[in-house]
Design a protein around this ligand. Structure first.
Ligand SMILES: Nc1ncnc2c1ncn2[C@@H]1O[C@H](COS(=O)(=O)NC(=O)[C@@H](N)CO)[C@@H](O)[C@H]1O
Length: 420
């Protein structure tokens, strides 16, 4: 969310953000509603002042005068409550429009409507040259009996998975390994529920635009989150955090649920895109200073890259376009990991800076060193998400006989064995 003050003083930036992010918000209607609401507030204040003036005269009035004053006070009161309900309606309309306003993208974001405008900014690691025809992750899993991808579909429907044996053990250990690595980097490990109330999704930005992609629990006035970011962004809502306690750093671990409503036909084979998955999330609440945010953005990205390097997975870092980064983002860098069977890089991480766009929605504030209360900045990044990360992990480390060599960083987790 942007502040009304910012919208009025930076109209050109707001219009550019709306255009470049491909959203539609009627800013003129918003400003007109704001003017009408302010006029109503003035009128209500004047009526309140008039009522106070009447009651001040009441004690010295004659009985006849009291009858007249009483009627005037009653009329003023009735008018004021009528205007207050009008004001309520205008404020709801203002809030609904404010929730649709995009965050202002940074100048370095490629301007374009979708991911085809994303730019590769860095490529790390050598893609493997196998010397044999590599299997895809589904074939590797079937050859090693590491999952049951067909029976489970009868039980749970499409885009579900159940890992077995050493791959099931690896997934769980991998999540613990990632959580431990991010915690060791100074983040507080925290497990959060996927269950959250509607307000948490409005605060984080998933709502109001993407309700259809979210599993609803209508009997419980709740939804299932697709990322720990939803719960983490509302954890400190309404508090005024002592600035000396910033940055708040969380390594959030949670199950994630996504309906993938818009993904029909995409990635239907295997583990790339499923309805329920696990993710270790990096989350930051820091000073409302663009330089501080930029520093944390680089740190979050670096931590994710360290994990990929430890997993010996080749990857590239992407500068995400204005049309692909999402409504609230100031900057987003995806990391894409090499998937041999596809012969291309696929997104496995997404690192975002949001400045105070989420903090204004979630009411995340802090008292700075001068004692001023301010909305904070928030950032988030994937540390590791499974089962998607298993796709490049298995495929890049496969051997000619269909086994998978474990990266050195994982061998201790798996009994010291060289192979999964
Ligand atoms: N349907 C899905 N199935 C499997 N993995 C997924 C799915 N959706 C997202 N992911 C994984 O979760 C990562 C983060 O998802 S994201 O929507 O891009 N970004 C976020 O959720 C942010 N909170 C940063 O983690 C993705 O890069 C991908 O690795």
């Amino acid at each position: 969310m942007l502040s009304m003050e910012f919208i009025k003083t930076n109209r050109a930036d707001v219009d550019r953000a709306i255009r470049d992010k491909g959203v539609s918000v009627d800013v003129d209607a918003l400003l007109a509603l704001d003017a009408e609401a302010r006029a109503l507030k003035t009128e209500i204040d004047n009526l309140r002042a008039a009522r106070n003036a009447i009651s001040a005269r009441f004690k010295d009035a004659t009985p006849e005068e009291k009858a007249v004053l009483g009627a005037e006070a009653k009329a003023a009161g009735a008018r004021a409550s009528e205007l207050e309900s009008q004001l309520g309606g205008k404020q709801d309309a203002i809030n609904a429009l404010m929730m649709k306003l995009p965050g202002i993208p940074w100048d370095g974001a490629p301007v374009g409507p979708d991911e085809s405008f994303n730019k590769v900014i860095r490529t790390e690691g050598e893609v493997p040259n196998f010397g044999f025809e590599p299997l895809d992750h589904v074939a590797l899993i079937e050859k090693n009996d590491w999952a049951d991808l067909s029976r489970i579909v009868q039980v749970s429907g499409s885009r579900t998975y159940c890992l077995k044996g050493r791959l099931a053990l690896l997934e769980t250990k991998l999540m613990g390994w990632a959580l431990d690595r991010i915690a060791t980097a100074g983040f507080t490990a925290i497990t959060v529920p996927a269950i959250a109330r509607e307000q948490a999704f409005l605060n984080q930005g998933q709502f109001p635009g993407h309700v259809e992609e979210t599993y609803a629990l209508p009997n419980d006035d709740a939804y299932l989150a697709g990322t720990a970011e939803v719960a983490l962004t509302s954890l400190h809502s309404g508090e005024i955090v002592d600035g000396a306690k910033l940055p708040i750093l969380y390594a959030g671990y949670s199950p994630c649920f996504r309906r993938e409503a818009g993904s029909a036909g995409k990635d239907v084979r295997g583990l790339l895109r499923v309805h329920q998955f696990l993710k270790v999330e990096q989350w930051v609440m820091c000073d409302a200073d663009p330089a501080v945010s930029a520093e944390w953005h680089e740190k979050l990205l670096g931590l994710a890259e360290q994990l990929l390097t430890a997993l010996e997975i080749p990857y590239q870092v992407i500068e995400t376009s204005t049309g692909d980064m999402g409504l609230g983002k100031y900057r987003m860098n995806d990391i894409e990991s090499w998937v041999p069977s596809l012969g291309k890089y696929r997104e496995t991480h997404s690192c975002s800076t949001l400045h105070d766009w989420q903090a204004r929605r979630a009411n995340l504030r802090y008292r700075d060193s001068e004692g001023k209360v301010r909305f904070a900045h928030t950032l988030n990044n994937t540390a590791l998400a499974s089962p998607r990360i298993l796709v490049p992990l298995l495929e890049n480390h496969q051997t000619v006989d269909g086994r998978v060599r474990l990266p050195k960083a994982l061998r201790d987790l798996m009994g010291g064995d060289e192979y999964l």
